[in-house]
Design a protein around this ligand. Structure first.
Ligand code: ADP
Ligand code: MG
Length: 566
């Protein structure tokens, strides 16, 4: 109900809207706007069914930007609540008041009124006790009203919007584009303050995009912090929501969802909002273009801003500093030094990682993730200092101390290498003594389901009896030593319940995991250095393919502060 009244106020061109609710909206909903008002003779009509003033415009102009044009909102409200509506148009000095009680309009009265419209609905469903039961309960109703108002404030940052509930100010914007302030109410302080703003356009498709997205260290168990607006209207679109989730791919832990709002502007005529009665869904002329615009713009912004996680997750330091730009690019064409050779003993490195994301990955039909221009390395050159507990690496950067998870870091390196590996024989290392593997039923099923992806990664598997196969070749970056059990573990992974086989990435992620050095494995100094160098060259060095962090950062400043040196 609040939603419909808000929409009417916005349709009337209001620049300031006040919403007051009491008793969770059951006792009172009052919406005051400073819009163009309703002329007195039309006031009673507005509460009659299908008496919309917008229908013609809507039919004749498919791109019209009004929210409601079915002429049902006011009559529906009048049918279930006691109404007091006061309105004045700019041409008149005096306004008019219409009361509707028990569904019956009283005679229209002239009344002094500020410019605009006030609609007051009291005692909701007093006459429909059965419907009253369907309300979500006071807390639920209050939350729903707050969400509707917050969404309106996000959609229309140019309108000053105030919500008072039960005598308290719940939301208040000044009409000066304070989307971040609204997000604070929805997401909490830190995600809202550190949210990245992004923008992009597809002029040929008539699309423009802006938005705000929390950095990946913030996530939710549900998708409800992900909101989409098309032409300033909140809409739901599973496909476009998925574009946002794709942009966060590998940056979030499995099963978690991002906090992001996207505002898509489509030229009139490129969007049809009438596919759904409440217009919660839209049909875009070029949904593919919208999908890739969202996915790429947001992905680029996230990678660009990715800064290492600070050791002490104090607010505002996480992704705020675009540290990457300040550091010189390590020359990607450096000949691989002795360090690289050393790590190859363990992993047989093949393709250099720099420049990954280019055409190389075509055979994998990869996610459209990396933006067309290679992102700058997001971590500076690191000097290896040593290993802790045979699990973590310690390193020094230009202005900070880094702790690195050796398994996660190596997983990341191998993962990007797998995705960048060209298809064909050079991606494979043939095994001189191809082992035989006996598979469980689940492993055999997993293999059947992912055979093409595994082949594309460089595995060559030859059937040898019903559930037996011969492993003829491995991806070039896999260590041959323990290939047999690593492949079986990989198949177990792929057989797991939560595999989404729509892309090859999970296969590559598992493949990387089972080939990567383990926690507890001692690394030679040369191996250690090689791993850091490889990590520096990754497109996204901050997380392993499963979304866990690979490194922690403690700045020299922080160190000084902790030792009370300043
Ligand atoms: P709809 O919005 O679908 O046209 P409603 O029942 O919501 O139908 O409103 C009926 C009509 O009343 C609108 O078409 C509009 O002309 C008028 N109206 C309603 N609310 C306002 C308002 N806040 N300011 C100006 N006109 C309004
Ligand atoms: Mg309406």
């Amino acid at each position: 109900m609040v939603k419909e009244l808000l929409e009417n106020a916005l349709d009337a061109g209001a620049t300031r809207i006040e919403v007051t609710v009491a008793g969770a909206g059951i006792d009172l909903i009052r919406v005051v706007d400073d819009g163009h008002g309703i002329p007195p003779q039309q006031l009673p009509l507005a509460f009659e069914r299908h008496a919309t003033s917008k229908l013609r415009a809507a039919r004749e102009l498919p791109g019209v930007r009004s929210y409601g044009f079915r002429g049902e909102a006011l009559p529906s409200v009048a049918a279930v609540a006691e109404i007091d509506c006061l309105s004045r148009t700019p041409e008149r000095a005096l306004g008019a008041r219409l009361r509707i009680q028990h569904g019956r309009p009283a005679p229209l009265e002239p009344a002094g009124a500020p410019l605009g419209t006030t609609v007051e609905a009291r005692d909701l469903f007093a006459r429909q006790p059965a419907r009253r039961k369907f309300l979500a309960g006071a807390r639920g109703e209050r939350a729903a009203i707050a969400r509707v108002c917050a969404e309106a404030a996000l959609a229309r940052p140019d309108v000053a919007l105030h919500l008072r509930a039960e005598g308290r100010a719940v939301l208040s914007t000044g009409g000066e584009g304070e989307r971040r302030a609204v997000l604070r109410a929805l997401w909490g302080l830190e995600p809202a303050e550190t949210a990245l703003s992004f923008s992009g356009a597809r002029p040929e498709a008539g699309l423009r995009l802006t938005g705000l997205a929390a950095p990946p260290q913030h996530h939710r168990g549900r998708r409800d912090a992900l909101r989409l607006f098309v032409n300033a209207r909140p809409v739901t679109s599973r496909r476009l929501n998925y574009a946002v989730e794709e942009a966060y791919r590998e940056l979030l832990p499995a099963g978690r969802h991002p906090l992001a709002v996207c505002f898509l502007e489509a030229e009139p005529g490129r969007v049809d909002v009438n596919v759904h009665p409440t217009k919660a869904q839209v049909k875009l002329a070029d949904e593919d273009a919208a999908f890739s615009l969202i996915q790429r713009t947001l992905r680029a912004a996230l990678l660009q801003a990715a800064g290492p996680r600070p050791l002490d997750p104090s607010p505002f330091t996480a992704a705020a500093a675009p540290a990457a730009a300040a550091f010189p690019l390590p020359a990607p064409s450096d000949p691989p030094g002795p360090e690289a050779a050393a790590l190859r003993r363990a992993t047989t490195a093949a393709t250099p990682v720099a420049g990954a994301g280019a055409g190389a990955a075509t055979a994998l039909a990869p996610s459209p993730s990396p933006p067309p221009t290679p992102a700058p390395p997001a971590i500076p050159p690191l000097r290896a200092l040593g290993q802790v507990g045979a699990t973590f690496l310690v390193a020094e950067g230009p202005d900070a101390l880094y702790l690195i998870d050796q398994h996660g870091a190596h997983e990341r390196v191998l993962y990007e290498r797998l995705l960048a590996a060209p298809a064909g024989p050079e991606a494979r290392q043939p095994l001189l003594d191809p082992p035989l593997l006996e598979l469980s039923a689940e492993q055999a099923a997993a293999l059947a389901g992912h055979e093409a992806a595994l082949t594309a990664l460089g595995f060559e598997l030859e059937p040898f009896g019903e559930r037996t196969l011969r492993l003829r070749a491995l991806p070039a970056c896999w260590a041959p030593g323990d290939a047999r059990s690593a492949l079986l573990a990989l198949l177990d992974d792929l057989a797991g319940p939560d595999r989404v086989p729509e892309r090859h990435d999970p296969v590559a992620a598992s493949a990387a995991c089972h080939a990567a050095v383990r926690a507890g494995q001692r690394l030679e100094p040369l191996e250690l250095r090689a791993l850091l160098r490889d990590l520096e060259r990754c497109l996204n060095p901050h997380t392993c393919p499963h979304g866990r962090p690979t490194l922690l950062r403690l700045s020299n400043q922080d160190l000084a502060r902790r030792f009370l040196r300043r």
